[in-house]
Write a protein that binds this ligand. Sequence first.
Ligand SMILES: Cc1ncc(C[n+]2csc(CCOP(=O)(O)OP(=O)(O)O)c2C)c(N)n1
Ligand code: SF4
Ligand code: SF4
Ligand code: SF4
Length: 704
Amino acid sequence: MGVHQFGFLERFHILESAADGATLLLNSLYGREEIWDAIPREVQEQIIAKRLKVYGINAYAVAQEMGLGNRINTIMQTCFFAISGVLPQEQAMTEIKKAIQETYGKRGEAVVQKNYAAVDATLAQLYEVPVPERATGAIAIPPPVPPEAPEFVQRVTATIIVGEGEQLPVSALPADGTFPTATTQWEKRNIALEVPVWQPHVCIQCGRCVLYCPHAVIRSKICGEGALTGAPPAFKSADARWREPELKGKKYTVQAAIEDCTGCAVCVEVCPAKDKTAVGRKAINMEPQLPLRQQERANWAFFLSLPDLPAGAGLKYNTTKNVQLRRPLFEFSSACAGCGETPYLKLLSQLFGDRAIIANATGCSSIYGGNLPATPWAANREGRGPAWSNSLFEDNAEFGLGFRLTLDKQSEYARELVQSLRDVIGAELSDALLAADQSDEAAIEAQRQRLAELKERLRDRASPAARNLLSVADALVRKSVWAVGGDGWAYDIGYGGLDHVLASGRNVNLLVLDTEVYSNTGGQASKATGLGAVAKFAAGGKPTPKKDLGMMAMTYGYVYVAQVAMGASDAQTIKAFLEAESYPGPSLIIAYSTCIAHGINMALGMSQEKLAVDSGHWLLYRHDPRLRAEGKNPLQLDSPAPKVPLRDYIYNENRYRMLTQSDPKAAERLLAAAQEHVLEHWRKYEHLAKLGNEPQITQMGRDA
Ligand SMILES: Cc1ncc(C[n+]2csc(CCOP(=O)(O)OP(=O)(O)O)c2C)c(N)n1
Ligand code: SF4
Ligand code: SF4
Ligand code: SF4
């Protein structure tokens, strides 16, 4: 049996199925002298009772030394063959190397050689763990979820978390398929070897680490000094540096939930603040997780207990610095470490999460968004959070449109009932409910207060009209409808529906998480794949350029369209989300998302997004039909002219680089074609953005 993640010994009943006398291989950060004591006592007892032979290795150390990062698969494979005796050792080594050549040959000789070197270095690091006669361990296996988790999580979620879901009776599952949200917080996967540690005195309080963290692990808050009374001794804070008078004299804190961290290091990479006293260090730095676990568990619990800033609070939530003070309602997803899709969803949840209704196309976002038993979609203290459902791959935009039509009808009906029950409700409240503008957070909050009052006044009314109004009254508060999915959905399989929604003129926000491949099914080419990129079904490099979905949508004239890349411009991304959501018609945001399928170092994903923009591969723009009324061109180009050669961007990525190995001539030809296309594409947009205001096109967007 191989346990490649040592932490699994605490989370799963792994040895239950081990046969007597079996061999156990453990990958761990511990050395020969420490490993036995780090094994939970219950597992030690099983090892002794079943007379297991135990081997250990620190595969991470070997991988790091050989320049493989955290990729330990060939190392663990070598150990397996060495101790299992399935093949004679010599033959096993030859076969492993053959497999390496076959698997990684396309990625270049350097990758192959690193893996060979790892194989050669492995056996010297493999050791047998002496097993004593009695268990001596002091570590007890913790319960799968903490005792403070809600009843459903204890009874159902926890059973599935430990892999025993088949023991649950059908009756334990929600009859209508509606699952409680905010459940990833109970998983505590503890998968990161290293986690970020904050240095308050170096921090410039920009909020970038919080914005870019793909897993909503690192967060910030502002609170009064009094709220910090009783903080754990290791809890850190600094004087808050905000201009707003309401925040003078307050404290600022950055805290990571290190048990939920993936160790992707994106937060450290994007941190702009350098520690002048130590070269290479920043205001946050990665440090080993294990020694910090207990201390940071207490710090995180305290951080959660601090009050959130109330809506409004004198702050405008239109900058990274401010938005990052808002609680994400999408947290600790199971997306790959450093995923480029999730920061956009987290941002959506911070800006509109307490009133969002989300239709999610099948794809990565539906998997990490609803990865049973837990979901990252969460709720705030008031219990408000996104309502989320996954539809098919091919009908998601229509699914979202259905939400919109339903809400519009309910709102219309509720308004009629408010009119007809004016005498019962009271003239002042009825009129205020109907006249509410709800264009900003404070106005929406005021409408929520009115709604609460309305419900109170109708509580004991038995008339059918009053009961009917109560059943649809929530639709009087403005909702934010989103259809979300990948490029496979938006450009290809669901394109007909997406186009239908754009054409409908209805107030639906469409968010395309564009990884330029079908990520969830292993990287097949879509119409969003770039010219020359290698993907499944495009093994010789994609021969045609990326479809210009944004341009197609803009031709309607009345559709809000934005193309964003958070790593290139966080400010432009936030602006686009706010504009799209406030636009009372269809909106399309196409968001460049880095992905493991690109073959990059995911910690550097945000710099790669910037290169995509600097090279002109990815243009940033916003097309806002409302600007016509101001006599302006609706298209605003937010990108600079291409300033680096395309090759500087694409050859940072394995998906392009691999063609230079497998077919150098084709690579050269496709690079030249792609470079030419990029420049032509830029000229086209530059020209359009310079045009004056076109004749007015009928504004078809309908408010909700
Ligand atoms: C009609 C249909 N075809 C194929 C699939 C299988 N499938 C599920 S997700 C997916 C890929 C999704 O790719 P994309 O939309 O780009 O999203 P990403 O995973 O990249 O976020 C595919 C092919 C499906 N669910 N339905
Ligand atoms: S290492 Fe990754 S997951 Fe952990 S806090 Fe930083 S960005 Fe978030
Ligand atoms: S990115 Fe760095 S400087 Fe900015 S808030 Fe985070 S730790 Fe502070
Ligand atoms: S495959 Fe790509 S898009 Fe999907 S979760 Fe992983 S990094 Fe994110």
